[in-house]
Design a protein around this ligand. Structure first.
Ligand SMILES: [Zn+2]
Length: 443
């Protein structure tokens, strides 16, 4: 024995793996590597031999045939809409929303939202997502479900000027947003935010009040914006400006604002987003499915706008799977620009990890570095579609489906391992969820 320091540094968990895709600033990809974790944070990352020699872990998770990635960050979803998956497909946004989704949502209860959110948490864990931004009704029930499942989330109180199952007025919604911010104060894994639904469902005064709320409480503001060309036309008729300049007039574009979709953007819109530090949640599958168009992601990124990836809700995607979203995002930009270099695999992975984390105002997520929260997922490298693993980032974006995930960890705690959900009784959840979903859909 020559090294007196052998196994002398205590840590909670040592994860060893065939490959670690760090997503640090240098985008280091390490082979035969390890991560040391203590108190939910990464304390070291490096060669396996080095870390196993100097750390004395309470627990070792050995993944000799797996690839570890940062836990993925879903920047836009409505988790409980899992209840409405398959309820209405192949219809335009306006029909889908007003004839199918809103009537079904009118029947929602807090218990239904809790079940729908928990099922969404299961789906996200099984496909490597560790953090998501959620905007929905009955946000207390959402918080209960996410807390029980153990994921990290930005939980938004949705605000409308249309009566819904959650509240009758936007005043009531703003009061609920304040109560949510109080409830989540000091909560390590959950952050509050506010989500005025869109310019076409919120009055000007309501939008301004939401912006003021975000400023006063120091929380993120997110909203659906420029999802379709029609939204710009309607906004011009109603308010004399396209959606993005209109939001700017109301003081809603700031570095703490995340717009969802951003499909129908012109150069001036993009310049405004860049100048104000506003971020964008790109939801390619939802945009494709609803025929909304193709967001100019390549141009947004070139303009310096931070773009994350989102699945949107399960009623308009229909999956909450960021691996498939990465594939789609990369391919769609190539189609849109007739340029195969438009959005490379590394950019798609950035959007699903570190850029998404910045987009939701949580920049220490989406990367595996000392000091960062230990949120990660691991893919089984024995699967045929991941052979021969020449380029791990390429495989994660273009070859993996998400079904290869064998471990998902949030803040150093394993929540999903080898097909088992460690924080929920999945069979019971599935049964209760199924009954509730069928009742809501009237089938
Ligand atoms: Zn949405």
């Amino acid at each position: 024995m020559t090294n007196a320091a052998n196994n002398s540094i205590p840590c909670d968990t040592l994860v060893t793996a065939a490959v670690v895709v760090s997503q640090n600033d240098a985008r280091d990809v390490l082979r035969d590597a390890a991560l040391a974790i203590t108190d939910g944070r990464i304390t070291a990352i490096g060669p396996r031999a080095e870390l196993t020699a100097c750390y004395a872990p309470a627990e070792t998770i050995a993944l000799p045939e797996a690839m570890v990635l940062p836990g993925l960050v879903n920047t836009h979803t409505h988790a409980a809409m899992t209840l409405f998956r398959g309820l209405c497909d192949d219809a335009p946004l306006s029909v889908w929303l007003s004839e199918h989704i809103w009537p079904a949502e009118a029947k929602l209860t807090p218990e239904a939202v809790r079940l729908g959110t928990q099922l969404a948490c299961a789906e996200m864990l099984a496909s490597g997502t560790t953090c998501f931004l959620d905007a929905y009704l009955f946000v207390d029930a959402v918080a209960d479900a996410v807390q029980a499942a153990g994921l990290r989330a930005v939980l938004c109180q949705g605000v409308f000027d249309i009566e819904n199952a959650g509240f009758k007025t936007s005043d009531a919604a703003l009061a609920a947003a304040a109560a949510l911010a109080d409830r989540l104060a000091g909560e390590p894994l959950l952050r509050p935010a506010i989500f005025p639904h869109a310019v076409y469902t919120c009055r000007e005064k309501t939008l301004e009040r939401c912006a003021a709320f975000a400023r006063e409480r120091g929380v993120l503001l997110s909203t659906h914006a420029a999802e379709t060309a029609r939204e710009n036309d309607d906004c011009r008729k109603a308010n004399g400006a396209r959606v993005i300049p209109y939001l700017h007039q109301l003081g809603m574009l700031t570095p703490h604002t995340l717009i969802a979709h951003g499909v129908a953007l012109d150069d001036a819109d993009m310049a405004l987003l860049a100048a104000t530090g506003t971020t964008v949640a790109h939801c390619p599958k939802s945009n494709m499915k609803l025929g909304s168009g193709i967001a100019p992601v390549h141009a947004l990124r070139a303009a310096g706008v931070t773009v994350g990836l989102g699945t949107d809700g399960a009623a308009s995607n229909n999956a909450l799977n960021l691996f498939s979203e990465m594939t789609t995002a990369a391919l769609l930009q190539k189609v849109a620009t007739s340029d195969p270099t438009a959005l490379h695999a590394g950019a798609a992975l950035d959007m699903a990890s570190r850029d998404g984390a910045r987009a939701i105002g949580w920049p220490e997520l989406g990367r595996l570095e000392p000091g960062c929260p230990a949120d990660l997922c691991a893919l089984d490298l024995t699967r045929p579609q991941l052979q021969p693993n020449i380029d791990p980032v390429s495989d994660a974006v273009y070859a993996a489906s998400g079904g290869e995930v064998v471990l998902t960890m949030v803040a150093g705690r394993s929540l999903f391992r080898d097909g088992e959900f460690l924080t929920m009784d999945y069979d019971r959840l599935r049964s209760e969820f199924g009954k509730t979903a069928l009742r809501l859909s009237g089938r």
